[in-house]
Each structure stands twice: as C-alpha cells, then as structure tokens.
Design a protein around this ligand. Structure first.
Ligand code: AMP
Length: 283
C-alpha cells in the first residue's frame, strides 16, 4: 500500500513505526511528473532498503525568476498511481508552507561555493542554493538511510554528494544511471514541452555527446571537442548554453591527461532547455 502523506506529523508517525521495527528507509526526491527515470531510482533503492519514500515537491527556490516554475508539469494523481504500481510505501507531498514554514524569503540560505558556481550554476544563479536547501530539508524530514539521485543531473549529484560530506549528513547517496528513450533522448519531465518534431531533433544532444566521447577517446584536444560539439548543436538548430568536457569532479582536464571524463551539454530548442551528459574514460 502507498501512503499518501501531506503533513509532517503524518510522515513522522509513519517513520517512527518503521524505525521501531528496525526497518531501513530510502528516499527518492523528485519534482513529480514521474517517468521511467524516476521509477528506475525507486527500483534501485528498493534493493538497499525495506521502505521507500518518494517525495514529490516542485521546489520554488531552485527556479529562477523567468524559469518554468509556474508551468512545470504537475500530475499528482498519475504520479501516485505510478508509485502504487512500483510498490512504493509512501508518497511525501508537502505544501510550500510545510517545506518553508517561515516563508521563502525568511528561509535559511545555503550556498556551496565552487562546484555550484560553474556550468548550470553559472547559467542559473541560485539554482543549486535552492537544490541544497530543499534536499537538506527532505533529508531532515525523512532521515533516510539511503537517498537516490539520477546521473541525468550530473552536477546536482556532485553538489549533493559534496554537501552531504561537508555537513556530515548521515546518509548514503545512491546514483542511478540515465534512463533514455529508444532514440537516445534522456527522459525528462521537460520533454513534454517539445513538439513531435522538436522531440526528434532533441536526439541531437545525445548524438553530440557520443561525438564528444568518440573524439576525446581518439585523442582530440578538449577545447576542440567542445567547439566541434557546439558547431554540431548549432547546425541542428539548438541554442547552446554549454558543451563541456570535464573530469568527474567537473574540473577542466589538462592537455594529454588520461582518466575518467564526463561530457555535459545544456541546450535549448525553442523555449525548452534540456541537459544531458555521458561518462567515459580516456586510457
Ligand atoms: P526531477 O523530478 O526532474 O527533479 O528528478 C528527480 C530525480 O530523478 C533526480 O535525481 C534526477 O536526476 C532523476 N532523474 C530524472 N530524469 C532521469 C533519467 N532520465 N534517468 C535517471 N534519473 C533521472
């Protein structure tokens, strides 16, 4: 049975019962409009814990003033039906007032310097402050043994790992692989904004990431890899925010340096902004 929880007191009662019984709890934080990417996190965390809580909260503090907070797809009934099917024990669906009891303006501000200020953080100032704020709140509310995040939001995962380490938050972070459509497009709630024609064109992001991987593995210099990807995205009609080749900690690799890499792209089709990434290794 999936408990549908909107009040903190309800959540606390349920968690108390589980803890008394010595059960391990997992948390999958989401903004709802659930798809196969979210459900794969539920399935993976299920292997590590006895009870799974999925939070559904469209977090206002991680959206910029001109971003899509107002029209972000909200589908609570379908989400709960999906969680029932997944056998998830609780859907935690707090209101904005429950999440930010003193109001957004009076809420504790968090900023993780460095890793929050580059790439996504440079283009969306304050975005990761909002992410850190809401994830910290969720971790305090649920106090899970394990929390799952997708590699789809690569930088978000890196920011959360750093925050958890820095603040000694006692939780294990589980990273889930990116779930893609058959054509390579990474699943995302924002794919719904795309027309059928744009959806087809959006696969250009995955193709560019594969091109970056192949070029880097063939020995092409990082800056050339990035420029080539930007050119191919531009020709495919994207507005480009970045196409970057980085080390796993998101620092810039030295020329000729081998080791693990991640190619990251943020690009726009019309009004829709998409992000994706691909991990690989240079021997
Ligand atoms: P969101 O609801 O977009 O905030 O995403 C909630 C969680 O699901 C985040 O940890 C995301 O990284 C993860 N996620 C979203 N899309 C995917 C995907 N296509 N594959 C794997 N994880 C995903």
């Amino acid at each position: 049975m999936t408990e549908n929880i909107t009040e903190l007191s309800q959540l606390r009662r349920l968690l108390e019962v589980w803890r008394r019984d010595g059960l391990r709890v997992g948390l999958v934080p989401t903004m709802g409009n659930l798809h196969a990417g979210h459900f794969s996190l539920v399935r993976q965390i299920r292997e590590r814990v006895d009870r799974v809580v999925v939070s559904i909260f469209v977090n206002p503090t991680q959206f910029g003033a001109h971003e899509d907070f107002g029209c972000y797809p909200r589908t609570p009934e379908a989400d709960v039906a999906g969680l029932v099917q997944q056998g998830c024990e609780a859907a935690w669906m707090p209101s904005i007032e429950t999440m930010y009891p003193f109001g957004i303006e009076q809420a504790v501000r968090m900023h993780l310097p460095g890793i929050s200020d580059i790439l996504e953080g440079a283009l969306r100032p304050g975005h990761f402050d909002g992410v850190c704020s809401v994830v910290t709140r969720l971790l305090h509310q649920v106090r899970p043994d394990v929390a799952a995040f997708g590699r789809k939001d690569y930088q978000q995962l890196a920011v959360i790992r750093r925050m958890v380490d820095d603040m000694a938050i006692p939780v294990e972070i589980l990273a889930g692989d990116i779930v893609r459509e058959d054509n390579g497009l990474a699943m995302s709630s924002r794919n719904q904004y795309l027309s059928a024609e744009e959806r087809e064109r959006a696969t250009g992001i995955f193709h560019s990431l594969c091109g970056m991987r192949d070029a880097a593995m063939a020995g092409m210099d990082s800056t050339e890899v990035e420029s080539a990807a930007q050119r191919s995205l531009h020709h495919a009609g994207f507005g480009i925010d970045y196409a970057a080749l980085r080390k796993p900690d998101l620092t810039v690799p030295e020329a000729g340096e081998s080791g693990p890499r991640v190619a990251l792209i943020a690009a726009r089709l019309g009004n829709t902004r998409l992000i994706d990434n691909l991990e690989f290794s240079i021997c």
